[in-house]
Design a protein around this ligand. Sequence first.
Ligand SMILES: Cc1cc2nc3c(=O)[nH]c(=O)nc-3n(C[C@H](O)[C@H](O)[C@H](O)COP(=O)(O)O)c2cc1C
Length: 376
Amino acid sequence: MKTKAAEPIRIGTKLVKNRVTFAPTVKFDWTDATGIAIDRFRRHYEDRARGGVGLICVEATCVEPGGRLSPTQLGLWEDGQIAGHKAITDACHAYGTTMLVQIHHAGSGTHPECGPAFGPSAVERRGRTCGELTKERIHEIIAAFVTAAKRAKAAGYDGVQLHACHGYLINQFINPLTNLRTDEYGGSIENRARFGCEILRGIREACGPDFILSMRHSAAETTLAESCAIADLYVEAGADYLQMSDGIGPYEVEYPEGYPYNQCCWMGIQVHEHMKGRVPVSVVNGILTPEQARKLIDEGLADTVDSARALLADPNWARAVTEGAEHIPCFDCKVCFWSPFMPHRCPAVAKRRAADPDCPDYTDDQRPIPEFAKKG
Ligand SMILES: Cc1cc2nc3c(=O)[nH]c(=O)nc-3n(C[C@H](O)[C@H](O)[C@H](O)COP(=O)(O)O)c2cc1C
C-alpha cells in the first residue's frame, strides 16, 4: 500500500517518522492529587508508540495545581513530577516516536476542589461566575507555562503543545464572549492573542530553537478569518506546528452540507489551506477509519492526522493507516467523551482486555459519571 501518511514530515527542526499522531486524551483517575505519572501511563503511551504512531501528544498536564480541570490530573508544576514523564518519553523514544506533552490551565473551568476559578473576565459559564485575573496573575501564569515547558524538556520531550482550545484559559482569552478586558489582553485580535503569544515567546526563549512548539488552536473562534489571523500571530510568536480543534464558539461558519468530514475537521482543513505550508497543520475529530485518514493526507487537505478515539480503541491503529494492518475499530459510541475515567466503558478496550487480562487501558471502575464531566 502506498500512502503519503506513511512518509516522514519535518516539524520544527525534527523529523517525525510518519503523519499519524495521537491526540491528547486525559485519564483523570489514573493519578491522584500528586499529579505524578505512575507506570500505567508509561505502558499506555508505550503501547501506541509500539503501534507505529509518528507523534504522541501526552494528555492535558497542568502547569499549576490551582488551574486543574480535575483533582486527579497529570502535572508539571513541580520538579518531582519530571521522573514519571521521563519514563514515558524514554519508553516511546525507543520506537522512534516524537513526543510532546500538552500543557494546560483550565482558567474559569478550574475544578472547585482545586481552588477558585479565574478567567480573563468575570463572566458566567456553565452556571459559575469566575473571578477576573489581575495583570500580576496573568504574568505569573505565563511564567508557570514557561517553567512547565522547561520541566517537559528536562523530562525528554521533543516539545510541548499549548492547550489553546476547548474553552480552557488560552481559549478564554481568544473568545470575545469570555474576554471583556479593556487592557492590552482584551479587545483587538492582537490583544486577545497576546496571552498565548507571550507564553510561546517565553518558551522559545527558555527552551531554544530545537523544541517543537505546537498550538492546539480552535479553528473558528469565532470566525475562520479571525482564527486564521490568530494562527498567523501564533506562528510569528514561534509556533512551529498547529494542531487544530474547536473551542467555545459560536462558530460563524458555513459548513458545506454533505462534506465527507465533520465540521471540526473541515474547519481545520480551512486553516491548513490558509497556512499554505508555512507550518504543518494537523486536523482532528471523527477520523475513525484508516481510509479517512489516508485520504486527508493523500489529497493534501492536512499535513498530519490527529486521532484520539481510534487510537484509544486500538493502539495499533497507526499501522492500519500506514500499512493497512488489521485493527479493532472505534465504535463511535462516544462513551469515552463523557467519562473522565477513560474508556472503562469502551467496547473496543473490553475486546482487547479479553485477549490481554493485563491491558493497561482497562479498569473495572464503574463509578457514575460526575456532573462536571457531563457538561463537557
Ligand atoms: C477520553 C478523552 C480525553 C480527552 N482529553 C483531551 C485532552 O487532554 N486534551 C485535549 O486537547 N483534548 C482531549 N480530548 C479531545 C481529543 O483530543 C480529540 O480532539 C477528540 O476526541 C476528537 O477526536 P477523535 O474523533 O479522534 O476522538 C479528549 C477526548 C477523549 C475521548
